[in-house]
Design a binder for this molecule. Structure first.
Ligand code: AQP
Length: 343
């Protein structure tokens, strides 16, 4: 029997951030290490998703390869059997299945997506691609029958839509058509988390750290100079309460820093709070976080520099050929179900 699948991806629409690392890359690497041999790991770059909002297209191809390097630097072992890396646009079934799924998703459902609302707010023009983003994401997941999809909290609503869509189509066509990915709580349990990870901007801690919003002082890029990144942490926005507590409603800046310390130092939040809760030394707290960020970036960037691009190219070629077959087989099944092909 084939192994259950863990699948994740990160768009190449900008430079990756500490939020991407802590919310998606590190969890995937940890899951892979924890379940070596039991699961298949699909790590792909959703390059077609990368221009739902405007980007510099000159950078797209290079960004895709650089992101793959960063995934490997974050601990993803690409030499492990049953680990596949691929680019979405190299497997045409993603785009073809999207069209079919489009006809089973409702306009109202997509209109309710928070990410669509946030990203389209105050924009002069909004692409249909931005609206349709979750359906392409559904195709990414359903083509391979992924059970676990480690993503940050911001993707929760999209994942729930994927489940609704899979259940709806299974009900209409065949209960075996799609493997329905696990519900959010099960995803968290599997990743060993109590709640979803959402790293905030250091300057605007009410907002998530993002790679597409220009917020240089609030964003730690994985390519940032380590000393400059430490300075950003030292000047992070906090509050005037004067006492350290973990509460994102009243102290989002401080809570964000506590969360970063916990994730980077691999200590539980309780352990971190045991040291800091009630303390009045915001400066010392920042100092600890700044040191961790600096050391992490030095190590991470060193790893990135050692990864040979030619090995990535070879692996992509092999894995994309293998995944194309899997995706085409599922697409054919769907085409048969909806009447496009003879059963
Ligand atoms: N701040 C964050 N905290 C935790 N997780 C995060 N992720 C992104 N930002 C944070 C997770 O990283 C993955 C990125 O996937 P994506 O690039 O395909 O989509 P996204 O959610 O739109 O990511 P970004 O980086 O925030 O990009 P922009 O700024 O372009 O929107 C996902 O697993 C996401 O949860």
């Amino acid at each position: 029997m084939s192994k259950p699948i863990i699948l994740t991806g990160i768009r190449s629409n900008g430079e990756l951030t500490l939020g991407n690392y802590l919310g998606a890359m590190l969890p995937l690497a940890r899951l892979q290490a924890r379940h070596a041999g039991e699961y298949q790991v699909n790590m792909f770059v959703p390059d077609l998703h990368s221009f739902t909002t405007p980007i510099d297209h000159e950078d797209l191809y290079a960004n895709t390869i650089r992101n793959l390097k960063m995934f490997i630097a974050s601990g993803l072992n690409t030499t492990q059997k049953d680990t596949f890396i691929y680019r979405q646009s190299f497997i045409p079934a993603h785009a073809e299945l999207t069209w079919i799924l489009d006809c089973f998703v409702y306009f109202g459902e997509l209109s309710r997506m928070t990410q669509f609302k946030e990203k389209s707010e105050n924009q002069e023009t909004v692409s249909v691609g931005l609206f349709n983003y979750p359906v392409l994401m559904a195709a990414d997941i359903l083509l391979y029958g992924a059970k676990y999809v480690p993503v940050g909290e911001d993707q929760r609503q999209h994942l729930e839509l994927v489940r609704d869509l899979a259940i709806r189509m299974n009900h209409q066509f065949s209960e075996n058509l799609f493997i329905v990915p696990e519900a959010w709580d099960e995803q968290l349990k599997f990743a060993g988390l109590n709640k979803g990870v959402r790293i905030r901007s250091l300057k605007n801690p009410d907002k998530k750290m993002s790679k597409s919003i220009s917020d240089p002082a609030g964003t730690i890029l994985l390519s940032d100079d380590p000393d400059e990144a430490a300075k950003k942490v030292m000047s992070a926005t906090t509050d005037s309460i004067g006492q350290i507590n973990y509460d994102f409603t009243t102290q989002p800046g401080i809570s964000n820093i506590l969360q970063i310390i916990s994730l980077l130092s691999e200590r539980s939040l309780d352990e971190v709070l045991a040291k800091w809760q009630g303390s009045t030394s915001y400066g010392d707290l920042k100092q600890e976080a700044a040191g961790l960020v600096r050391d992490f970036l030095i190590d991470f960037q060193n790893k990135v520099s050692q990864i040979e691009e030619s090995l990535i190219d070879e692996k992509l070629l092999r894995d994309e050929a293998a995944m194309r077959q899997v995706a085409e087989a599922k697409l054919l099944e769907v085409q048969q179900m909806v009447g496009l092909r003879r059963k």
